[in-house]
Design a protein around this ligand. Structure first.
Ligand code: GDP
Length: 467
């Protein structure tokens, strides 16, 4: 009820980033959008005759103080074919903070209310133009740092994920209807629902959910970035590898502040995957306080890593220090991907690949000479495969990358597993119905069909103002 009341007012915000820019945009949405624009905007001819969707040149005028605030272009767009599905106006003025603030101030004094975070998108959702997963994609589109994450977000915005979810929900609904009919009208002349049929259907639904859920790994990496730690004793070629990876992938995003002399961090896009590279010396016992702090940072880097690259000098026999680092890497391996790179192959092969495989059975062993740019591609291949899986299993554009969605898919998967178990045990249909319905509701939450106000607030609070 409160939502509906809120939507009766007209909201406004600055939609472009703070700072200097060619232009800056003020966005207004709600029933008063046109009236408010007419109050603040003057153009040649009659303002009342502003034509929907025609950009018009004019001035923002503060009538109270008889002042021109700025020169601008303005457009009014009649709903419902707008972003929010409401009447909307946009003022493109000069991209100066003074102009934007003064124009916004005037718009607010003329009857608009300052929009909350994500309120424009929230209105698009509440007005039924997009579902919740699409609304959430908007923020991912805005924040995407690589082509690939942008692609995924756009696909979600276009309803890619919604479609997958709704396919599964349709199957769940069919099953629910069958179950209900069989419970309510057992004596009628309808086809009896056998446990076998139910079992088959539940299995199929479980597979569909699993397929979607399995894309979460790649989704998470694309969203949060992959953390890669490069370790190895001094002089094996760690900095050279780092430089090669940076040079080959020139679209460096940012240098990360807080770089220390014991761990060096860089951000880079590898095959369109945002990667955070950390070059760390190994972790060894020491009494030196300063060194101890560096070691803590190294440990932290290992703990957070998704991929560990252990570099060894393949042209020389392994040293005691190498073996210590192998042990250390082993202790961190867990679910992490480990690449052992035998470097300096231009100088000869003194370390065998099998020797390293025996020491580190879970590692992928590669040879290279990073100084000659050899082996870099192979390292990148391994990283790409780790994120997306092997070529054959590479998912298409729909990737689940939102923590809320992943949690709900897990919930649905659990419900379906439980339903499977009940079916196996030939339990009463009433019990099975509960789990099937719960899975149906969990998936409904992804698209926002069965979702509470608190969750909506939580989702939209992550947005920027003006979006
Ligand atoms: P780090 O101490 O592990 O960071 O090692 P660096 O990257 O600083 O490399 C140490 C030395 O080994 C430098 O002189 C590099 O030029 C050299 N180096 C690195 N990679 C190779 C390689 O593949 N072949 C040869 N011959 N020298 C290399």
């Amino acid at each position: 009820m409160e939502e509906i009341m809120n939507m009766e007012d007209t909201i406004a915000a600055i939609a472009t980033p703070m700072g200097e820019g060619g232009i800056g945009v003020i966005r207004i949405s709600g029933p008063e959008a046109k009236d408010i624009l007419e109050k603040v905007f003057e153009c040649a001819g009659d303002v009342d005759e502003i034509i929907s969707r025609r950009m018009t040149y004019g001035h923002i005028i503060d009538h109270e103080n008889n002042q021109i605030v700025d020169e601008c272009m303005a457009v009014y767009m009649k709903g419902p074919k707008t972003y929010t599905a409401e009447d909307t106006a946009e003022i493109s003025c000069h991209g100066s903070m003074v102009s934007l603030k003064n124009t916004l101030g005037l718009v607010l004094r003329s009857g608009a209310r300052l929009a909350d975070h994500g309120e424009f998108t929230k209105r698009a959702f509440l007005n039924g133009r997009i579902d919740l997963s699409q609304a959430e994609a908007v923020i991912d589109v805005v924040r995407a740092k690589t082509d690939r994450s942008f692609d995924v977000a756009i696909s979600q915005l276009q309803g890619g994920l919604s479609l997958r979810v709704s396919e599964i929900r349709t199957k769940l609904l069919d099953l629910l209807v069958d179950i209900t009919v069989n419970i309510d009208y057992p004596d009628e002349d309808i086809e009896e629902l056998t446990y076998e049929t139910m079992g088959d259907q539940v299995l199929l639904i479980g597979d569909m959910i699993e397929k979607l859920r399995s894309t979460a790994h790649a989704g998470k990496m694309l969203r949060e970035g992959l953390r890669v730690v490069i370790t190895g004793r001094p002089n094996v070629g760690k900095s050279s590898l780092m430089n090669e990876l940076l040079r080959e992938n020139r679209a460096i995003v940012t240098d990360i502040p807080g770089t220390t002399r014991d761990t060096i961090e860089e951000s880079v896009n590898i095959r369109n995957i945002p990667v955070r590279l950390t070059d760390t010396a190994g972790i060894h016992e020491t009494d030196d306080v300063i060194e101890q702090m560096g070691i803590e940072r190294s440990k932290d880097a290992f703990n957070k890593a998704d991929v560990i690259i252990l570099m060894l000098d393949g042209s020389q026999a392994l040293t005691e220090e190498d073996l210590q680092l192998v042990e250390e890497t082993k202790s961190y391996i867990g679910d992490r991907k480990c690449i052992a790179l035998l470097n300096k192959s231009d100088l000869g092969f003194s370390v065998g690949e099998n020797e390293v495989r025996d020491l580190l059975p879970k590692a992928t062993v590669l040879r290279g000479a990073v100084k000659e740019s050899l082996g870099i591609d192979a390292v990148e291949d391994e990283i790409e495969t780790f994120v997306y899986g092997t070529e054959g299993s590479r998912p298409n554009r729909v990737l689940v990358n939102n923590v809320r969605h992943i949690r709900l898919l897990e919930q649905a998967a659990q419900d379906i597993e439980q339903a499977e178990e009940l079916i196996r045990r030939r339990e009463p249909m009433e019990l099975i119905e509960v789990d099937v319905r719960s899975a149906y509701d969990a998936l409904g939450e992804i698209v926002g069909e069965t979702v509470s106000d608190e969750i909506l607030d939580e989702v939209f609070s992550r947005f920027c103002l003006g979006k």
